[in-house]
Design a protein around this ligand. Structure first.
Ligand code: AMP
Length: 341
């Protein structure tokens, strides 16, 4: 019997609940420190206890997963805790396209994919000497927004950069990527693409609450000026959003362009869940600063379905359940090879 497995973090509850609802056995690779948490949930059939998630690369773990005919569902924790080469070397089928995860992790590849998708993007700024307006400085890799900062001058940049160096968070300029700040209302667009029925489903939208940047609005400007602190953009949680209906057509068009570009650049393409992340400006134009080529934690909002999944399914359909449904259909049709790598 096929088992659905994921790492105990990020969106594991949603993924395994969805898998159980679709009739799969569910396994969780669980760090010992989180055992107590995950034992609370009856839909998790088995915990594989590890000291660290990297054990998934070790023979004892692989053997166990193979024995249970496992399919691994990748999420943000897998990307942040393992290198692309490590993920690619996992000897168990991974849902979706594991090769595209490298395009998410590498900033240059990411930019190429977004340009190829014709997604409007904020311009990158090649050196702090070129700063001319508000920019966001982001650390490379999956820093999760920690140590990102805003500045509008070379002087301001150097001050913040030196603080990050002193804190040991970066070594120098090469560890920071500068991008024009995109003004507007943030929106994280969640999609699912099925290579089996060649159809794109728009699943939902969320906003992220990032600490401590989202808390700054509670402090009057005068007090903000008096605090010498680097803000950061560390995601703490998500809240729901529905878009004006007139924006929806473009939402689908952008998603389709992304799927087409991914097909060309990263075969076998953008299979399964993904997210386009950006802001809407005052004219309702979307500017995208990021994509995630796998399930995002913002989908945790919609365990019972979203205002958009309700138009596609006459039953509660979470993203986790949609993944499991795809695996079920893939198995029934003998087309599993289309949806795992
Ligand atoms: P990222 O690591 O690119 O996902 O960025 C983390 C957070 O920084 C995002 O969720 C946004 O809040 C913010 N952010 C990143 N890039 C930009 C940008 N170019 N303009 C405005 N906000 C941004």
């Amino acid at each position: 019997m096929t088992s659905i497995v994921t790492l105990g973090s990020h969106c594991a509850l949603q993924v395994l609940k969805g898998a159980k609802d679709e009739g799969f056995k569910t396994l969780l690779i669980c760090e010992k420190k989180r055992e107590k948490l995950y034992r609370r949930f009856a839909f998790i059939d088995e915990l594989i206890l590890v000291n660290s998630f990297n054990e998934i690369l070790e023979q004892h773990c692989i053997a166990k997963l193979k024995e249970q005919e496992s399919i691994v569902i990748p999420h943000g924790t897998l990307i942040s805790q393992m290198s692309s080469s490590e993920i690619e070397s996992i000897k168990v089928p991974i849902f979706g396209n594991k090769w595209i995860l490298r395009w998410e992790s590498n900033r240059n590849m990411k930019e190429k994919m977004m340009l190829e998708s014709k997604l409007p993007m904020p311009k990158s700024v090649s050196s702090y000497k070129e700063i001319n307006g508000l920019v966001i400085a982001k650390r490379h890799g999956a820093a999760g927004g920690k140590g990102y900062f805003l500045t509008s001058s070379a002087e301001g940049y150097k001050k913040e950069r030196d603080k990050l160096i002193a804190q040991g968070l970066i070594k120098g300029d090469d560890d920071l990527y500068l991008q024009e700040y995109a003004f507007g209302v943030s929106a994280y667009l969640q999609y699912f693409y099925s290579p089996i029925n060649k159809n794109l489903e728009f699943f939902g939208v969320d906003r992220r609450y990032e600490s401590d940047i989202d808390g700054l609005g509670r402090i009057p400007a005068q007090q903000q000026m008096s605090v010498d602190k680097i803000s950061s953009f560390n995601v703490i949680g998500n809240s729901p959003l529905v878009l004006r209906e007139s924006l929806l057509d473009e939402v689908y068009t952008m998603g389709e362009r992304f799927v087409e570009a991914a097909n060309r650049l990263a075969p076998p393409g953008m299979n399964g869940p993904f997210c386009l992340e950006g802001v809407y400006d005052e004219n309702g134009q979307f500017t995208s600063f990021e994509f995630s080529a796998r399930i995002v934690a913002g989908t945790n909002l919609y365990v019972d379905g979203s205002p958009y999944s309700a138009f596609i399914y006459n039953e509660p359909m979470s993203m986790g359940r949609r993944i499991a449904r795809e695996i079920r259909i893939g198995k029934e049709k003998g087309e599993l090879s289309k949806i795992v790598t």
